[in-house]
Design a protein around this ligand. Structure first.
Ligand code: FES
Ligand code: FE2
Length: 352
């Protein structure tokens, strides 16, 4: 297989929505520094409860704006007290009668699933990650784990569609074959329904929660956030894996466990119980995977038919808009640059 340009590349990520921090970690009037995909940013919450994310350094002289103060819905730099509104527009320079026409760069942001999210481009091209097959009702949400992995987010992501490893690592006694749908340029869904009728002791165990079949779907956004859906006869569970590429090609992530909201008190208790079980069971389930992630050096030299879903996901990644980790500028391959400017190296050599 040809080496992909974006997939598993420690210097690239796809333009899209990425998680920032849990909503509860940012109170009204608070300002904090954050580093997302290599970029230093500042996040604050105004009196109107709205979250604002902007570049970290003041356009006057470069003071870090997280040292500043939230005033109403605006942010005042600590150094010379210049003030910026929630659009980033400079609205006050204390020693001038009128502010200069300056703009601090701000980034699109939204809150959902108990989390603050950022869009890493100018204008949002997609809604926040959601599950296309599920009506967008409210969810009961519980945070799972906050974790770090020694490999690229894409590598963590493919685990959920790595058909062979379900048998070898997780010892599931049936073959998993996926149907694939590219739902949007940034979204791909893998679906599987497994018949649980049969004599294996595992199937007997599963039949206690689902008589006929279990649905296992994975929906990927930017190959960095995925939502796994486990569907039983009477209820469904959703596990969101929200990942981000950090320094050195590694992963920082969070899991968010979700179930459709239930109204009655018994329903609420049922959801709490199932989500709690899921957290407990999930931790055990991924033990084998974690061992692999620690030492693996991904090199997909010999794909076979059973790896087909992984190949599909890699191809899906390669078609999306790549940005450079750290600068968030459009990432361009060396070949394209060479084609666009074939004389560049010659120009560089001429010194007159
Ligand atoms: S550096 Fe921010 S006001 Fe001067
Ligand atoms: Fe796994």
């Amino acid at each position: 297989m040809r080496k992909p340009k974006t997939f598993n590349n420690s210097e690239r990520f796809i333009e899209g929505w990425y998680w920032v921090m849990p909503s509860q970690n940012l109170r009204i009037g608070e300002v904090k520094p954050v580093t997302i995909l290599g970029k230093n940013l500042v996040i604050y919450r105004g009196q109107n409860k709205q979250v604002v994310i902007c570049d970290a350094y003041c356009p006057h002289m470069g003071a870090h704006l997280a040292e500043g103060k939230v005033e109403g819905n605006e942010l005042r730099c600590f150094f010379h007290n210049w003030k910026f509104d929630s659009q980033g527009i400079c609205v006050e320079i204390p020693c001038l009668y009128e502010p200069l026409p300056l703009k601090l760069k701000t980034w699109p942001t939204e809150e959902k699933y108990g989390m603050i999210w950022i869009w890493t481009g100018e204008a949002t091209q997609q809604p926040l990650p959601f599950i296309p097959d599920v009506d967008q009702d409210e969810f009961d949400v519980t945070f799972g784990f906050h974790f770090f992995k020694n490999c690229h987010p894409n590598i963590v992501m493919i685990n959920a569609i790595d058909a062979q490893h379900f048998n070898t690592i997780h010892q599931l006694p049936f073959e998993i074959i996926f149907d694939t749908e590219e739902y949007s340029p940034n979204t791909i869904i893998f679906r599987n329904t497994t018949d649980v009728r049969g004599d294996y002791s595992f199937k007997k165990l599963i039949r206690r929660i689902s008589k006929r079949s279990i649905t296992y779907n994975i929906c990927y956004w930017y190959a960095s956030t995925s939502i796994v859906t486990l569907g039983f006869d009477f209820f469904s569970l959703h596990i969101m894996f929200a990942l981000r590429l950090i320094e050195g090609g590694k992963t920082e992530g969070r899991t968010i466990l979700m179930m459709k909201k239930r109204k009655r008190i018994l329903g609420k208790l049922f959801n709490q119980f199932v989500l709690w079980m899921l957290k407990l069971f999930g931790q055990n389930f991924v033990k084998g995977d974690n061992k692999i992630f620690k030492t693996m050096q991904f090199n997909f030299k010999t794909p076979i038919k059973a790896d087909q879903s992984i190949v599909q996901l890699i191809n899906h990644v390669e078609k999306q808009k790549p940005l450079t980790w750290g600068t968030w500028q459009l990432a361009r391959s060396r070949e394209v640059e060479a084609q666009e400017n074939p004389n560049k190296w010659r120009d560089d050599l001429i010194n007159d």
